[in-house]
Design a protein around this ligand. Structure first.
Ligand SMILES: [Zn+2]
Length: 426
């Protein structure tokens, strides 16, 4: 059992070298270029909500009880990270396959030997809900260590009704028993199972929608050559919308086949990947409120080109960054690593990258109470062991995250035990 530490309902974090926050609202263009940075500042939290942020004398006037005090001298406070694209629930692992890849075996050869996505599908089908929950908890604890306080998780390793719904049910149960706030996405259209034709499988997906809609908020399709084309993507997502599932699209990872236009046509919330987005598609996307979610961990892990981040930013799109945590193409839960990759490989400024994993990540999941540190917002925040937020990106591969708070409650404390309060809270 995790050590249980009870704290009072209210909290003041004081003397912080920096309290850093994006501006509120949907951030694009100039709005991404500046963060609010307060020096020697305090933040007062009560009943899960930020009550006041500012200089000590400003915050003092709002305190009407005896809050727990955390001295953050020499440290930096940031909003908790929103990881808006993951595949965190899956069976098995693929380290042996990765080792073969590192030893020079080709992807095609690995697939012939029974590796690739279908090996994860087999393992996920075999695992019980309880086993998937236990493994999910293991990964969520790790995500919290990297500062993640909110996460989207997709199904997509079942490719049949029983296992797709089992995955969504696991996400719902995980959401109730641990502190990271989870959103579920139905991604049965991740691949076509080997024992059926695509047309048959699309009909199966449509028949799963009513039950999936009870367990998920979003529906996603992998729009890619050899998977689902633009018309099939539109078709599945239009049907999903009728059941109340909002659309997202895995688009332009390897080829430009019309996924962006399909996403626009169905009013998608987000298009994700974009490694092979064309200039014309970027222009189209910039005219919409669809998030442009980029996943640089995949490019690092698979050694493929990065999404053209600078072009996407300059065109005025709404940029989002996420891990895409999954056993095949991106085995990391580290949002700080994603920030460093965005800045060094994709042309993001540090400020733009921070906005993309906080305020814009929250927008991508429809969580308007999250993503920035201002009065009235939910108190999800992290404390870094450094006096400047830039070090989080600059001094990479290092654990800078000292404490993590979800709804004003400490859920990770490096100095005590990393699973402090790792339960759902009230
Ligand atoms: Zn993905």
């Amino acid at each position: 059992m995790p050590k249980s530490v009870k704290y009072s309902d209210s909290l003041i974090i004081k003397n912080a070298a920096q309290i850093v926050s994006p501006k509120p609202g949907i951030l694009r263009g100039e709005g991404l270029k500046e963060l609010t940075v307060l020096h020697d500042a305090s933040i007062y939290i009560k009943e899960n909500v930020i009550q006041a942020v500012g200089l000590p004398e400003q915050v003092k006037d709002h305190i009407d009880d005896s809050p727990r005090i955390i001295d953050a001298a020499g440290k930096t406070v940031l909003p908790g990270f929103v990881d808006s694209h993951t595949h965190l629930v899956f069976g098995g692992r693929r380290e042996a396959e990765f080792a073969r890849r590192c030893a020079g075996v080709s992807y095609e050869e690995i697939a012939r030997q029974g590796g690739g996505i279908l090996s994860t599908v087999r393992a996920t089908r075999q695992m019980s809900e309880e086993q998937l929950i236990e493994q999910g908890l293991y990964y969520l604890r790790k995500a919290v260590r990297h500062g993640t306080t909110t996460m989207e998780i997709k199904s997509g390793y079942g490719l049949n009704e029983e296992t797709e719904l089992k995955m969504l049910s696991v996400i719902q149960k995980l959401n109730k028993i641990q502190p990271v706030e989870l959103t579920a996405t139905f991604l049965a259209a991740h691949a076509v199972p080997p024992d059926t034709t695509k047309q048959q499988y699309i009909e199966q997906i449509k028949s799963m929608l009513p039950k999936a809609a009870e367990l998920a908020d979003y529906c996603d399709v992998f729009c890619e050559l050899g998977y689902f084309d633009a018309d099939e993507t539109r078709n599945i997502l239009t049907m999903a919308l009728k059941h109340g599932l909002k659309p997202r699209v895995h688009s332009n990872q390897f080829h430009s086949i019309g996924g962006i236009q399909a996403a626009i046509d169905v009013g998608a919330v987000s298009v994700d990947h974009l490694e092979n987005i064309t200039d014309a598609e970027i222009e189209l996307l910039a005219k919409t409120d669809i998030c442009a979610a980029m996943l640089p961990g995949v490019s690092l892990f698979l050694n493929i080109p990065y999404a053209p981040g600078r072009k996407i930013l300059d065109a005025g799109c709404i940029p989002v960054l996420a891990t895409d945590f999954n056993p095949g193409s991106c085995m990391t839960l580290s949002m700080p690593l994603i920030l460093t990759l965005a800045c060094t490989q994709m042309g993001f400024s540090i400020e733009e990258a921070v906005c993309a994993v906080t305020q814009n990540g929250a927008f991508a999941l429809g969580r308007e109470k999250l993503g920035c540190l201002e009065p009235g917002r939910q108190a999800d925040l992290i404390i870094l062991d450094t006096d400047n937020y830039q070090n989080l990106v600059y001094f990479f591969g290092e654990q800078h995250i000292e404490q993590v708070f979800k709804k004003g409650r400490i859920i990770f404390d490096r100095n005590e035990s990393w699973d402090v309060n790792f339960d759902a809270g009230d």
